[in-house]
Design a protein around this ligand. Sequence first.
Ligand SMILES: [Zn+2]
Length: 107
Amino acid sequence: MLSDFIAVFCREKHQAESREAFPIKDERLRQAIGDKEMMLCPDCTRLFSHGTAKLLLCPYDPKPMCKKCETHCYAPGYREKIREVMKFSGMYLMKHGRMDLMLHYFF
Ligand SMILES: [Zn+2]
């Protein structure tokens, strides 16, 4: 799930930033993330709320894989940022022997 990737990314890359728990206001969002607390810096909070807003607003039900979707709803710049997060956290998880998580996400 995106939340884990952003959480890893922020923890490793933005250690100097002051981080706060991401406010989960939406019930569907809570179901998607679970009850764990996400500590994010202001930048990552913005990035993540953008991502979750899009997820929750997706017009398709069930939601298809975004990369297969015809409606590219992510704002310009956001995709690049997410790609960076996925790449970094993907590498991080692999290095730390969390292939199980990777497999879980991508297959
Ligand atoms: Zn951050």
